[in-house]
Design a protein around this ligand. Structure first.
Ligand code: ZN
Length: 330
């Protein structure tokens, strides 16, 4: 049972290969991704990607669609924005036009698209029983100043509401702080990383200029642990090193973001990548959730409303339950 070299080198860390080989076998014999190297980076043609997943593939000028199963994926040439079932994701690299086809970076395919479409294929994901909830800021660090109060107050209130909901679903909950006190980032992550079988959710509220509102969810940049210099020296290793939790991070970010956007009909500012300390230093699957702009008059009014925060807590809890179920669906 020797899998085709080409496909298996595409994205999965080597540790996963053996475990996944059997599951992939039927598909792999007839389908493979076509890899194109461009400017020292590996890309996959959209046509072969569509073929692999059994999706229909349509291109109309700069716009492209993949449709199949429960998914509609929409992208635009030369843009980093990708919509999966109308939820906005920001890719690491733009989609490139290539003749009548398009190229998607192998990194984005392996670290974003595939784990979102097939979270149950995240093979070595460890089951979790505890959720570490991190209310952003605190004490002498008030966070953003909103219309009705400071960020640190609302992150703590939401965290406490979320704790009740999660405990109701049978999770253990550890809070990095349960009072108005300052914690350095190493202190926060020291608390979080000590907890076995856990995931980590950092709660924040956003600030911005007038008229900006909506939800953003961040997962660690998939190549954050390597400098651009290192990456250019050894582009082939791009997806084989770095954060081993990339797939879980993006799947968790997607679960939470989608749940909140759909249930609260919130403005979708996208699932994004960042290299912030809480994401980079986490040894567990981690996301940073920005639950709205406290600088926006309308949104800050909602954030100050306990019922709105209950809905946020409920949507996040549903997502965590779904994420747990997705990982255990084998
Ligand atoms: Zn913040």
């Amino acid at each position: 049972m020797k899998p085709p070299q080409n496909k298996y080198r595409l994205c999965l860390p080597r540790l996963l290969l053996v475990g996944l080989a059997a599951a992939f076998l039927l598909v792999s014999e007839v389908r493979a991704w076509e890899v194109v190297n461009y400017q020292d980076r590996d890309y996959v043609t959209l046509a072969s990607l569509a073929d692999f997943y059994g999706f229909r593939h349509e291109v109309n000028d700069k716009h492209l669609w993949l449709r199949g199963g429960n998914f509609v994926i929409k992208g635009v040439a030369n843009s980093r924005d990708l919509f999966i079932n109308q939820i906005k994701f920001v890719l690491s690299y733009p989609i490139l036009p290539k003749g009548r086809d398009h190229l998607v970076s192998r990194l984005d395919l392996c670290k974003l698209i595939d784990p979102v479409i097939r979270p149950h294929f995240i093979k070595d994901a460890s089951p979790f029983t505890t959720v570490v909830v991190d209310p952003g800021h605190g004490g002498e660090d008030p966070g953003s100043k909103g219309v009705y109060g400071h960020e640190k107050e609302y992150t703590l209130r939401l965290a406490r509401q979320l704790r009740v909901r999660l405990e109701g679903e049978g999770f253990k909950v550890v809070m990095t702080r349960d009072e108005d006190k300052y914690l350095s980032l190493p202190e926060r992550m020291g608390i979080a990383n000590r907890i076995e079988n856990s995931i980590f959710i950092s709660l924040h509220f956003n600030y911005g200029s007038k008229g900006i509102s909506g939800i953003e969810t961040f997962a660690l940049s998939p190549d954050a642990t390597r400098s651009p210099k290192e990456r250019s020296r050894d582009p082939e290793q791009e997806t084989l090193q770095g954060n081993q939790l990339d797939a879980e991070n993006i799947a968790l970010a997607t679960a939470v973001h989608v749940s909140v956007i759909k249930k609260l009909r919130a403005v979708d500012r996208g699932i994004k990548r960042a290299s912030w300390a809480v994401l980079k230093w986490s040894e567990k699957p981690a996301i940073l959730f920005e639950g709205g702009f406290i600088t926006d008059k309308e949104e800050s009014r909602k954030i100050a409303d306990v019922r709105h925060r209950e809905r946020l807590a409920s949507a996040i809890t549903d997502a965590i339950v779904n994420f747990r179920d997705a990982l255990t669906l084998r």
